[in-house]
Design a binder for this molecule. Structure first.
Ligand code: ZN
Length: 338
């Protein structure tokens, strides 16, 4: 094959090429170890010495042409391949996206925030305390000595004989009084988790409470009533009525259960209020003098009131939920309703 034929043969092959792989094959066919050009150069030694330089120059010139052309073709094909790839991978930015699930506050958290908001607007501060509590703070300092029958109402989870999961947030009240006594006034609420050995549609082994405490000179039962009435009207609406019923708690004297007019029927009577028109929502009373004394206050000079409510109960009434366990099932279908 002379050099002209070599060039024509190359052009014929290269014009059929449509991708980089095919181009590589052509490159090997002409420039590879056993390629046409390589063979032509090797065959120089068989030529008469006088024409070797001339033929050699021609072959090298064709080799250079082929190399340059291959390089150009390679660039073209690479660009074409890239353009094709970009086209295939193109993203339609006008398509609607996938919705991302958004986090929300748990309904109990919402209710707790609301309760805290109402009391802080009345001048109460938020106090917290440990959930693993000493028997002393959970019971004894609240006028519930060992063997007191009222302890049975609050059967808890004991860690040792002297340490338990708190059954109410009242130990926070004791801790606050102990810390501040004999300074005045105290006005706190303590929201938080508490634990009791209970488990049914209206009781859970873990639930949330919010308690309140005010200690000062000249605090009267009417102050308690005023604070609670304000709270209830803020939370359940201005038409809500309140009723106090005499009750018993070891840590308050006198004590009262607090009822509100039924949020479902407005007090006429329905299934939720069992026809009575009233719903029990919290316990309250004047802090027992013995509790004040144990915490370091002079009960002849200082009085106080305290109250406590279950936040699940409040949430159930506000949202019309009849099974408390829904709050803890982590069912998104339920949680997304709020
Ligand atoms: Zn009712």
């Amino acid at each position: 094959m002379n050099t002209e034929e070599l060039w024509q043969s190359y052009l014929y092959e290269v014009n059929k090429v449509s991708n980089l792989t095919e181009l590589q094959t052509v490159k090997v066919k002409f420039l590879g170890k056993k390629g046409e050009v390589t063979l032509a150069l090797k065959s120089l030694k068989d030529l008469p010495p006088d024409i070797r330089p001339e033929v050699g120059q021609k072959i090298n010139a064709v080799k250079k042409l082929i190399e340059e052309d291959l390089e150009k073709k390679e660039q073209e094909l690479a660009q074409k391949a890239l353009a094709k790839k970009l086209e295939q991978e193109a993203i339609d930015v006008t398509l609607p996206g996938f919705p991302l699930p958004l986090g929300k506050l748990h309904p109990l958290t919402v209710v707790q925030h609301r309760v805290v908001e109402i009391f802080t607007s009345m001048g109460f501060a938020v106090a917290t305390g440990p959930e693993i509590e000493k028997d002393y703070y959970n019971f004894e300092a609240l006028n519930l000595p060992k063997e007191h029958p009222a302890r049975d109402m609050q059967d808890s989870f004991y860690i040792t004989e002297e340490v338990l999961l708190r059954t109410h947030t009242s130990p926070v009240q004791v801790r606050v009084m102990e810390k501040f006594a004999p300074k005045l006034p105290i006005r706190i609420i303590s929201p938080g988790k508490v634990y009791r050995r209970d488990d049914d549609a209206t009781h859970s082994p873990m639930f949330a409470q919010c308690e309140g405490l005010a200690v000062d000179r000249n605090i009267r039962f009417s102050d308690l009533k005023g604070v609670l009435l304000t709270f209830i009207k803020e939370l359940f609406g201005p038409k809500t009525k309140m009723r106090l019923r005499p009750s018993y708690f070891p840590f308050t004297e006198p004590s009262a259960e607090v009822d509100i007019s039924c949020v479902m029927c407005g007090g006429v009577g329905c299934k939720v209020c069992k026809g009575s028109g009233w719903l029990e929502i919290l316990g309250s009373g004047m802090v027992h003098p013995r509790v004040l004394e144990m915490a370091g206050y002079d009960s002849s000079q200082v009085t106080g009131f305290a109250f406590g409510m279950g936040l699940e109960r409040i949430a159930m009434l506000l949202y019309g939920i009849d099974d408390l366990r829904l709050f803890y099932d982590n069912d998104l279908r339920f949680l997304q309703l709020f």
